[in-house]
Design a protein around this ligand. Structure first.
Ligand SMILES: *Cc1c(COP(=O)(O)O)cnc(C)c1O
Length: 395
């Protein structure tokens, strides 16, 4: 097929990675198959030996999954990628494949709940210690570093308080110490932040979020250098089986085609809601990386092209006002998901972050009045009107 090296990102999202069957289909083909046939016994032998190119088994690789991986590589500027069954499969594999007993991880403490469980609870079971730090404080990253530190892990903006971490600075620190930086880039999306350009070694996504973006399937992806994937991830991935289903890869390929258009629109709505809430009575905190009032607005301007598709805000009056606000919404639905075509709101303290101790929640700024709103594709005016209605009901 036609293919150009100088395609801009949006064009790559439509055409990148497509391989066509003999039928010349327009849309990407869905190869729902577990296995592959060999013409001869010699061919099977050669393929297992690695002397002949080709697929062997869909736990290792599948043509539809390969198209998704290739398109993600083109978008992210990565050499290689592996699709995974979920975002958590991506995080667990990206970290688990490169540590062994005695190694140490430094991670930002403001993490998606399951990510925090992986580094804080799971890894120590295998003798891999983890130190959690305030990700905004570069000195804390430095102080936590040990000779045996192998992995630095962060997400930026963080869930749900939209704090930022200086990716370039942490990448430099990791490299000075011969370690690698893994970035969970879900909240920024690949459209607005490119961690590899800032020095990150490995980038992971929950494709469940903006990449699918229409609430249909789970998926994830791990991106890195060819060398790292071959040396650390390849065997781990093949033998532990976090593989992405071909059907979900196909769904995600279709999602990528519209990713820029969706994320741009969702961000415009997030900006509109932020502007509306700015300075309103009853709002004790408004957090949006694209807002001049964000405590790390300079860093946001340096490492992100635009804010985010999410806004966080705190209502005066704690849980009671927060619940009144949520229950009064008519356009926005209550759900812990994000990045969806439907606008969704969540009360982190009683849902996604309820497993943290009260102290840990306070530590990362998850108060009882905090809400996280993920903007969807509804008309921005309908969303602002809904938020206005709910705010009135909450006060
Ligand atoms: C949702 C999410 C994950 C986990 O992804 P799943 O696809 O639900 O497994 C990891 N990190 C962040 C930041 C997320 O938002």
């Amino acid at each position: 097929m036609k293919k150009r090296d100088d395609w801009r990102a949006d064009t790559r999202l439509v055409h990148g990675g497509t391989t066509r069957s003999q039928f010349g289909e327009t849309s990407e083909a869905l190869y729902l198959t577990q296995g592959y046939l060999y013409e001869t016994a010699e061919s099977a032998e050669a393929r297992f030996k690695g002397d002949e190119e080709g697929y062997i088994y869909s736990r290792y690789a599948n043509p539809t999954v390969s198209m998704f991986e290739e398109r993600m590589c083109l978008l992210e500027g990565a050499e290689q990628a592996r699709g995974t069954a979920s975002g958590m499969a991506a995080v667990a594999a990206a970290i688990g494949c490169q540590v062994k007993s005695g190694d140490h991880i430094v991670a930002a403490r403001a993490l998606f709940g399951s990510c925090r469980w992986v580094v804080e609870t799971l890894m120590p079971r295998y003798g891999v210690e983890c130190t959690l730090v305030d990700g905004r404080d570069l000195n804390a990253w430095k102080a936590a570093t040990r000779p045996e530190t192998k992995v630095y892990f962060l997400e930026s903006p963080t869930n749900p308080t939209l704090e930022l971490v200086d990716i370039q600075a942490v990448a430099d620190l990791a490299h000075e110490n011969g370690a690698r930086l893994v970035v969970d880039n879900v909240f920024a999306t690949p459209i607005f932040q490119r961690p590899m350009k800032l020095g990150a070694d490995i980038v992971v996504y929950s494709a469940t979020k903006h990449i699918d973006g229409q609430g249909r399937c789970l998926g994830g992806v791990i991106l890195g250098s060819e060398e790292w994937i071959n040396e650390d991830l390849h065997d781990y991935y093949r033998h532990t089986g976090p593989s992405l289903s071909p059907f979900n890869a196909w769904t995600l390929l279709k999602g990528l085609e519209t990713l820029t258009v969706r994320v741009e629109r969702q961000t415009a709505s997030a900006e509109a809601v932020t502007s509306y809430l700015d300075g309103k009575k009853g709002i004790s905190q408004l957090i949006y990386p694209g807002h001049s009032g964000h405590p790390q607005a300079d860093l946001a301007a340096r490492q992100m092209d635009k804010g985010s598709t999410l806004v966080a805000f705190e209502l005066e009056g704690g849980k009671d006002s927060a619940f009144r606000f949520i229950n009064a919404l008519e356009t926005v639905s209550i759900s812990n998901n994000l990045g969806d075509a439907k606008s969704l709101i969540t009360h982190p303290a009683t849902t996604t972050h309820r497993n943290l101790s009260e102290e840990d929640r306070a530590d990362v700024g998850i108060t009882d009045g905090l809400l996280r709103l993920s903007l969807g594709l509804e008309h921005p005016d309908d969303l602002v009107e809904d938020v206005a209605r709910a705010l009135e009901a909450a006060l």
